[in-house]
Each structure stands twice: as structure tokens, then as C-alpha cells.
Design a binder for this molecule. Sequence first.
Ligand code: DON
Length: 557
Amino acid sequence: MALRILCILLAVSLLASPLAADHPEHARHAMVAAQEPLATDVGVAVLRAGGNAVDAAVAVAFALAVTHPSAGNLGGGGFLLLRLANGESTFLDFRERAPAKSTHDMYLGPGGKPTGDSITGWRAAGVPGTVSGLETAHRKFGSKPWAELVAPAARLARGFPISYAFAKSLESHAELLNRFPESKRIFLRNGKYYEPGEIFAQPELRRTLERIARGGAHEFYEGETARKLAEAMEANGGLITAGDLKSYRTVERKPLTGAYRGYSIITAPPPSSGGVGLLQMMGMLEGTNYQDNGAESAAAIHFVAEVMRRYYADRSEYLADPDFFRVPVSRLLDKKYIAARRSTIQPGKASTSAEIRAGNVALAESSETTHLSIVDEKGNAVALTYTINGGYGCGVTAPGLGFLLNNEMDDFAVKPGEPNMFGLVQGESNAIQPNKRPLSSMTPTILLKDGKLFMVVGAPGGSRIITGVLQVILNVIDFGMNVQDAIDAPRFHHQWMPDRLYLERGFSPDTIALLKARGHTVDSASSVANVEAVVVQPDGWLAGGSDRRAHGKAAGF
Ligand code: DON
């Protein structure tokens, strides 16, 4: 009898768990999920020493600039979303800005054709925001001395063992890095590529970090670092001047907020397109019971893909730097508008992107990035995504400074109506203007359940960030997966143009056939974002998930 009951209980518990579970990392007090293990360890050490989530985020971001230079950076920009344990939240926008000398057609050559200068070389870089953003975060919310948070990065710059993944990443970007002597010398050892296990020392970067540890953001924007950077720009035909650096400011913005199926969502406002995207797509999904079709079913994928298609059409038209363009956020998130968009979705048939235009919203109202998610012992949470855009940015290492520069200028509509590096077709709203911030897809997001912290999430992945973050959240909320399973599950992506449904590996041929039968043009995607997330479990434990598509680590104590 007892055995029978045991068997029944076992069967029930097996049925209750959706799939064979891949376990997240568990910790009682605090957790860091970041895309490079040494940097994760730096964050955990700061938290163990009593630092708060912002302290840890600052230290991890500086460390990633050393150990994960394809994306971690001093020469780029990003967004930091913070929710304090007392319930307040804020958003720091330290996105790069177009240099003052920028012009609408600066990347168009004869015949109006894009020259590629927005992607590679000195002219591709926007004015970096990272050091300003990290200092602002620390000044307002940090608790440990600044120098203590920069120190671990400077130490790592003395040398750390190269991982297999990093060695391969450098090798695969050799063509780009080879074009710029300082990058070739530092990252490719002038052609004698680093082997896994060798020690990688970056003395120029170490000195830059030590100066920043002493002089803060002032050193980066007005000190020796600024002077050297501006001089090198001038000597190499770049656009960033001493004046651009001096006038750079981090902007504190109000996060966007919304709700989905009883969860509160706190997310990134413009100049991110991500928060609007997330909330609009969730709005279209809510109440449809699409999830009853089951995770990874063709019917569910179809419905979510149609939702994605509709949002990206709006993105192309209505999203941009809010300081330059009146982004109609509340119209785009209006319940009636969303219901009207939803009503054009047919469960059995794909729309074509040609027939889906951006919705009619009256303008009446006023291939490398990285993400870290952190929760500290008190329940403060940070979601930070920052980037130099492409892997190793524009390829240029600032001479004598040791850090790579971004190619964020390509996130503008270099030629409105034509696809950018991520195939995104964008409109005049996101055209280049001096001092403007290019539209971003970065989507650092925090979820609450019953007013309490539930999830911290975000990702790199270009235009696929928004859909990647969406799917991980849906996997947790709608399909009951643990955070690691939610991240591991195969993902898909649709961005309106090109009219393609991109699928990662892992969907069954039967599912793909059903999607094709509905009229989708299916294509393969090597990956749809790399997600780092932390979930607060009902028992109070923290569960950390780190994307197996990348080489990061979740850890805590
Ligand atoms: O801000 C953006 O949307 C892009 N610059 C992000 C680039 C990115 O995620 C590339 N990484 N894979």
C-alpha cells in the first residue's frame, strides 16, 4: 500500500515538472549572473564583503572590460536598471551619444550607398558612456569606496588565464582586429595568437583603470584618458573631440512599468526600444491563452511570432532617443491599440510583413553586448546591459589606453529605410543627429510578484535581445520552467523585416513543418540572445541562470 502511494506521488511529481530540469545555481543570500566567470567571482566577492548590488554591478562591469573585451567595456555604453529593496526603482541611461560633428548622411558614399564606416574604424564610435554611468550609479547608490570596486579589474588586467572560449573568440575576430595596429598588438599578439591557458596581461588597460580608480569619471572625460583619446581621434579621422567627452552626461530616467498576468514589470524606457517592445508584446499575448498550446508547440510559436512581427513594425517607426523625438510610449502601450493589433493575428496563418505596417499611432503625446543580473542580501536588484555593439566594437583600441571603442553609430538609421548590421529597418526618427543617442534593443528588466522582487533578467543579442528576454520570461511565467530551463529552451525570433521566422537549433522537424504550413518563411538562427537571470523562489532562495549559449556563470552565497 505504502509503495503504491509512493509510486503515485512520484508519478504526480514527475508530471508536475514540465521537462527534465537543468538546475539553476542556488544561493541563500545573494547572486550574480554574468557572462564571464572571473567577473562573476569579482561580483560575489564584493557582495560577500558587504557591498550592495550596485557596488557589485560596478565591479563586475569593470572586470568584464578586462576579461570579456568583446563586449565588456570602457569604450561603450549601456543601461542600468535598479530596484531597491525599499521599492524604489530607477534607470540610468549611459548610452553613447553621436559626436557633435555628426551629420545625417555621414556614412553615405557616392550614390547614397552606406560606406560601412558606421561599423568599422575610428568614425564608427559614439561618445562612450560606460565610465560615467558606473560612476553615477556608484555616487547615488553605492556603499563601498569607488577605488575598491575598480581594483579587481585592474588586478585582472595584470594577467589572467585565457579560456578556450576567449582564445577562439579572439581568433575568429582576427580579421577586424588585424586592421588596427594597437588591437593587433594587444589582442592578437601581432599574429602569434593566444592559446587557452596562456596569461593575458593588459598593461595599458591596467594603467587606465588605475587612473580611473583614483580620478573617477573626471579622469576618463577630462583627464589624461580624455586627452589621449581626443588626440588619437583627431590623428585618425575620428569624430570624438575633447568637448564631446567633457559634455557627456548619464541621464537618469523613469523606468517603464507594466503588468503581465499578475506580475509587475519594470523595464527599459527609450532610448531603449526594449521595454516598449516587451510590454507591447506581453499586452498582445495576455488573455489569449496561447500558452495552452504548450511550450515549443507550433501554435504557440506562431502566435508569439505574429506578436513580434507587429511590435517590430512599430519599432521601426516610433522609437528613438526621447530627447530628440517624441516617442509615443503611452499610445504604443494603450490597451485599445494593443487589442486592435492583436485582432489582426490569425491563429492558423502567418501574416506577411508587407501587409503589417507600423500601427496608426498619432504622435500626439508629449553581435556583442553583455548583461549582468545581480541580487544582494537585502533584496536590491540590478540589471545592467552594456555594449560596444559588434564583437570588439569598431575594432579600434585607443592607443596607450588599452580599451576598444564601440561602433554604436550603426544603431542609428544610417540610411532610413535600409537595414543595419542587425537587419533592422529603421526610420527617420532614429536618423543621425549631433549629440543624439542611437536607438537600442537592450532590455534590462525586473519583475515583481505581489510587490516583491521576483526576477532580474537581460541579455545581449542585438535586435534579438527583446525577443530573447520575452521568451525567457514567458517560459518562467507561462510554462512554469525554472530559470535555467527557461534560458536553455530553444528560442525563435521575428523582427518584421526581413519577413523571416528565425529558429534556433532544437525545434523538431514536425514543429518546423507546421510553422511552414502556416505560411512562415523559416530560417535558422545561431542564437537568439544570451540571457543572464536571477529568480527569487517562493522559499526565498535565489536561483541563478546563465545562458549555455555563452560562457558565463551564475554564482552566489
Ligand atoms: O543597443 C543595441 O541594441 C545593440 N548595440 C546591442 C548589440 C548587441 O547586443 C550585440 N550582441 N550580440
